[in-house]
Design a protein around this ligand. Structure first.
Ligand SMILES: [Zn+2]
Length: 347
């Protein structure tokens, strides 16, 4: 998988390749996003780029760099046959407590190759005739990860472990992984991918660097979205700080009157604003979207910090998923208002 095979996500991709090029590869990372948005594709393309011996850099294109797709390393990763790349994913219990992802490696490879890495966990389980509800990452899987990552690299390069749907890790499995996450051998990378539909255990979450995909279709035109949604968001945020219920409820009514497509766009835009406000607070990076009266960083200085960025993003993600699942918009937005107001207090 090359980055050029992925739809959109250019900003995320350029950030990822820049960290590889500058040698700042974090040993424990997590990509959050739906498979349909390309989360698993992105993970595979990233590992392929990391190992590529002939990386290509482009001047001026929307994609600044990509793997070559032809070197032996690229080919092995593309066919999911690289000896230093392991896969762990939730496996259905099917009546046996000792089952692990190792029992389904061939099925997993076939599934990923057949779906172009865009298949969902539900679909994978259907292909195994298992139930997604009993599908999880167990202690056996963690033991396999620890064992594998303690071995020498076959090819002398990175030792890589891709954990698909890491949020389906049971607490015992998570505990067994902590030490490896904290003190991995040099040249190790643990890359988690999950849909953001479930909470990752906090002990794991605090040890990984998270990258969130932009929802498709909505990420393209941020300045346009800013003009459309910034005033509404500003009014809403003001009321969240004041928490005057009557006014807040009226504001939520206004927002709930948007159609679903618009609501999804507004939430994606809000997510982007929050991320930028965080970068502004944490690193002094100027906020580039929302200008004039809608400059969120000046209207709400220090609103988003390391203490609440994850809570805020999770709350927005939850609302986004609820809207996508056709939940009652007003209810989803009220719930979002309460979680946001709580998160903002924790700044
Ligand atoms: Zn290559």
């Amino acid at each position: 998988m090359r980055f050029q095979d992925i739809e959109g996500q250019r900003e995320v991709i350029n950030r990822l390749t820049a960290t590889v090029d500058s040698g700042r590869v974090s040993h424990a990372q997590r990509i959050v996003g739906d498979e349909r948005e390309g989360s698993l594709q992105l993970a595979l393309a990233y590992l392929q780029y990391l190992c590529c011996t002939d990386r290509r850099h482009h001047e001026g294109g929307d994609l600044r760099a990509d793997s070559c797709g032809q070197c032996p390393s690229c080919r092995k990763i593309a066919s999911l046959q690289h000896p230093d790349l392991g896969f762990v994913f939730p496996s259905p219990a099917n009546g046996s407590p000792s089952v692990s992802a190792d029992d389904y490696q061939a099925e997993f490879r076939d599934f990923v190759l057949a779906t172009g890495a865009r298949g969902t966990l539900d679909e994978f389980n259907q292909s195994l005739k298992g139930s997604v509800s009993t599908s999880m990452i167990r202690a056996t899987d963690s033991a396999n990860i620890v064992r594998r990552l303690a071995m020498k690299s076959y090819e002398g390069g990175w030792r890589m472990m891709l954990i698909w749907h890491a949020a389906r890790m049971n607490p015992t499995a998570a505990n067994e992984l902590l030490k490896t996450l904290e003190e991995p051998l040099p040249g190790t990378i643990i890359l988690m991918v999950d849909g953001g539909d479930r909470q990752l255990l906090p002990t794991i979450e605090s040890r990984v660097q998270t990258v969130r995909l932009a929802p498709r279709d909505t990420a393209a035109d941020m300045p346009g979205l800013a003009a459309q949604y910034a005033p509404m968001l500003v009014d809403w945020l003001r009321l969240l700080f004041k928490l005057k219920m009557k006014e807040l409820s009226a504001q939520v009514d206004k927002m709930a009157a948007l159609d679903r497509q618009q609501l999804a766009q507004m939430l994606a835009y809000a997510q982007e604003v929050m991320r930028e406000c965080f970068l502004h607070t944490a690193a002094g990076v100027p906020v580039t979207i929302g200008s004039g009266d809608d400059r969120f960083d000046s209207l709400f200085p220090g609103m988003i910090t390391a203490n609440n960025i994850e809570l805020v993003c999770d709350a927005l993600n939850d609302a986004q998923h609820a809207i996508e699942r056709n939940a009652y918009a007003k209810l989803a937005l009220m719930e979002l208002s309460f979680s946001m107001s709580k998160a903002l207090k924790k700044r």
